[in-house]
Design a protein around this ligand. Structure first.
Ligand code: DGP
Length: 112
């Protein structure tokens, strides 16, 4: 598997782990856009949110819960944002489903 995030999950590429369990892995984004910028990924390879079928509903919920749990652990009591870039128009650059957790500063809306 040549997927970058699969290699990170397998430990073949180093990363700064933030959270992990049997279903997911979370690590610091290499190019942080906020004081807290964590990527939450499923251990199994799913290319994008658009490729997560009905059978992945529980997994998707678990990843969303993990993102909120990390936000609590990071003390983001003033709020945060979770982003799932999907496909070309969504700005997805790595084809392994991932949630961005962004926090630690006020975030503008709408996004670019
Ligand atoms: P997206 O554009 O939504 O596909 O976000 C991909 C993110 O992945 C981007 O914010 C940068 C991050 N990223 C890319 N390569 C690496 C890497 O090798 N290590 C880490 N920690 N993050 C990476």
């Amino acid at each position: 598997m040549s997927c970058l995030f699969c290699k990170i999950i397998e430990g073949k590429i180093p990363s700064t782990a933030v959270f992990q369990d049997e279903l997911g892995y979370a690590f610091a984004d290499v190019n942080p856009q906020a004081p807290v910028h964590v990527l939450i990924v499923p251990r199994e390879h799913i290319s994008s949110l658009n490729d997560a079928g009905t059978e992945k509903q529980a997994l998707l919920g678990h990843l969303l819960w993990a993102a909120a749990e990390i936000a609590r652990q990071k003390g983001l009591t003033n709020g945060y944002r979770i982003v799932v870039n999907t496909g070309d128009d969504g700005g997805q650059s790595v084809e392994h489903l991932h949630l961005h957790l962004l926090g630690g500063r006020s975030l503008a809306w709408p996004p670019g």
